[in-house]
Design a protein around this ligand. Structure first.
Ligand code: NAP
Length: 302
């Protein structure tokens, strides 16, 4: 039995594990894929206080080592549900059929990449359509590619892709960007990036692999086909909390309802990071949530 079971090994979950261990309790982290969460795929992090510049991968590995050196345990399992036992402990069930028991639980499941929802999108994943420029960018050396989105991920992906690609189109549904001005400025200074603004992708073309995207300008209604071999979809994330909807409240977007205290309606279940209802989803706020949820969980255990 763990003292605190943490579902998710991203920045929020690993920060929570560090704080649980330092509080003298035993943390067990369940991670479905790789530790680090979304930030693993970010080429450069430049806004984490105290660290001028670091790759997302290096940052994640540092967090993981820090948590495991302090004694946190990790199991590579996908949690599928939580139920409370008669002795007030919790059982966390996993898709592989295992049960893990803990005195308190922190949900830190982050969010997964949002898809465009276009007809051929699923079929073309790995055949030109990607959600991770750092993972797949090198496959597009010398090619023309598009990035869809206007947030930091899209801007940073576009910058990263200029290292490999002949031309990078940034297709965005507005002419204002959510991404930081510094990132936008850097993108504007690149000669091989072209903006296609106020436009949405309406169709993906290609038989066996992506050949072109069809783009519609929402102001002029003009439809244009752009020949690209790669499309990097960077239109934000969605939470993945459905498995826990019987024990915690979810908001309209599917995020776990909780305020800055990271407490849910169940006194022994806490929530941390991007999977929680919140205004700002950043590495710093994920780490902050991890600390708050961990200390609240340790106080609850007593
Ligand atoms: P985001 O900030 O939510 O931006 C998503 C972008 O995709 C927005 O421009 C949005 O357009 C667009 N979009 C959403 N749904 C769409 C759809 N169905 N079709 C077309 N476009 C759509 O997501 P993100 O860029 O992945 O960033 C997520 C969080 O991580 C942010 O807080 C970001 O600052 C942070 N982040 C930080 C770093 C870093 O610190 N180095 C790096 C990456 C990400 P609208 O603007 O019109 O809504």
């Amino acid at each position: 039995m763990a003292d605190v079971l943490i579902i998710g090994g991203g920045p929020a979950g690993l920060s929570a594990a560090i704080y649980v261990q330092r509080a003298g309790k035993q943390a067990l982290v369940l991670e479905q894929l790789v530790v680090g969460g979304q930030i693993v795929n970010t080429p450069e992090v430049e806004n984490y206080p105290g660290i001028k510049k670091i790759s997302g991968f290096e940052f994640s590995m540092g967090l993981y080592e820090q948590a495991s050196d302090l004694g946190a345990e990790i199991a590579y399992e996908r949690a599928s549900g939580i139920c409370q036992n008669s002795d007030k402990t919790y059982t966390v069930k996993t898709e592989s059929g295992k049960d893990f028991i803990a005195k308190a639980v922190i949900i830190a499941t982050g969010a997964k990449n949002r898809q465009l929802g276009l007809e051929k999108e699923g079929f073309l994943i790995g055949k030109g359509v990607s959600y991770c420029a750092t993972c797949d960018g090198a496959f597009f050396k010398g090619k023309d590619v598009a990035v869809n989105g206007g947030g930091n991920t899209a801007l940073e992906d576009a910058l990263f892709l200029t290292n490999y690609c002949n031309k990078v189109y940034i297709i965005h549904r507005r002419d204002q960007f959510r991404g930081e001005p510094g990132n936008l400025e850097a993108v504007k200074n690149k000669e091989n990036i072209e903006f296609i603004l106020n436009s949405t992708i309406t169709e993906l073309k290609g038989q066996d692999k992506l050949e072109a995207v069809v783009v519609k300008d929402k102001n002029t209604e003009e439809i244009r086909e752009i020949s690209v071999q790669g499309l990097f979809v960077a239109i934000g994330q969605e939470p993945d909390n459905k498995g826990f909807s019987d024990v915690v409240d979810l908001d309209n977007g599917g995020y776990v309802s909780a305020d800055e205290s990271c407490k849910t309606k169940d006194p022994g279940i806490f929530v941390a990071g991007d999977c929680r209802t919140k205004a700002v989803r950043q590495l710093t706020t994920a780490a902050s949530d991890g600390a708050i949820a961990a200390l609240a969980a340790c106080t609850y255990i007593g």
